[in-house]
Design a protein around this ligand. Structure first.
Ligand SMILES: [Zn+2]
Length: 306
């Protein structure tokens, strides 16, 4: 079962991968996000059968069907990487799910629908991070027209998930005589638990401001060396979605990976001290690590008790 779930996720991820590549290219080229895909060399519009991720690239041997010029390997790499990330995410989300007693009814099962909403938010998170990874890596550019809508969509998404959970709690309690005694006017139970359910949203917003603000203060202190306004917005986005304490761990991890990478570049002579490298890709790596293994890392950290 696990393999089928991974393959399903891989297909979804690779489709998103070609979307990621298109949005990243169009952001860097300051082009409209709308309109059909076209060959970057001859600008010929692509047909639906040219758009199968991975498969089309391999079938056409990395060449355009119309002008036969080589299409960069980057298209394939982005599609495969996104496939692996989303495939792994699917596997992680559903590996403990019992599909044997699955029916159409169970889509309306509370636990399953929460897992599904959570999965959608994570897919959105990975997709956005992948676009920003590419644009920052290539041109040290984090486009506002990607990161700003992403913050708003993330906020709306988190709010809807929170409302859904609280709404379900209310509905569930109102179904039984005992439950009705736990509702407002009789008891504080519902309010207390609603606040607990709203915590990821509150902590997300708090983390968004905290990490965005932290990066902003770094820019002010270092007078803009090493970090830019794009990192502030990316920091706010990852703070919002990862929440507390995962977002803080993600930032620490980003600095660690970035430092190791910078030292490696200096030792190998590819860069010299003081030269800037984009920080966004490291924020993306730190965020992905925390998205996939956040709970284990936090548990491990609490156990070693520093
Ligand atoms: Zn072409």
């Amino acid at each position: 079962m696990g393999n089928i779930i991974f393959v399903l996720g891989f297909v979804v991820g690779s489709v998103l991968g070609s979307f990621v590549k298109a949005i990243a290219d169009r952001s860097l080229g300051k082009k409209s996000f709308w309109g059909r895909s076209y060959c970057p060399k001859c600008r010929h519009k692509l047909a639906w059968y040219d758009l199968f991720p991975v498969v089309s690239y391999i079938y056409l041997r990395g060449k355009c069907r119309y002008c036969h010029k080589k299409i960069g390997i980057e298209y394939l790499v982005v599609e495969v990487m996104m496939g692996i990330l989303v495939g792994f995410l699917f596997w992680q989300s559903f590996k403990n799910f019992q599909f044997s007693d699955f029916s159409f009814q169970s889509i309306f099962n509370f636990q399953f629908s929460v897992t599904l909403l959570d999965l959608l938010l994570k897919i959105f998170f990975i997709t956005t991070l992948a676009v920003l990874f590419l644009t920052d890596l290539k041109k040290m550019f984090i486009p506002d027209r990607v990161v700003l809508p992403a913050i708003w969509i993330g906020l709306i998404f988190l709010s809807l998930i929170t409302l859904y959970k609280i709404g379900y709690l209310y509905y569930y309690l109102s179904q039984s005589p005992v439950g009705r005694l736990l509702l407002p006017l009789h008891s504080e139970y519902f309010q207390r638990h609603a606040i607990i359910l709203a915590q990821p949203l509150f902590y997300g917003i708090l983390m968004g401001f905290l990490i965005g603000g932290f990066f902003l203060s770094l820019i002010i202190v270092t007078s803009g060396k090493g970090m830019g306004g794009g990192d502030v917005k990316l920091g706010a986005f990852m703070g919002l979605v990862l929440g507390f304490p995962q977002a803080i761990f993600a930032v620490v991890l980003s600095f660690l990976i970035g430092a190791i990478f910078a030292v490696a570049l200096i030792i190998s002579g590819k860069k010299h001290f003081g030269q800037t490298i984009p920080f966004g890709p490291f924020l993306v790596l730190g965020s992905l690590i925390m998205l996939f293994w956040g709970n284990q890392i936090v548990d491990w950290y609490l156990h070693i008790g520093i």
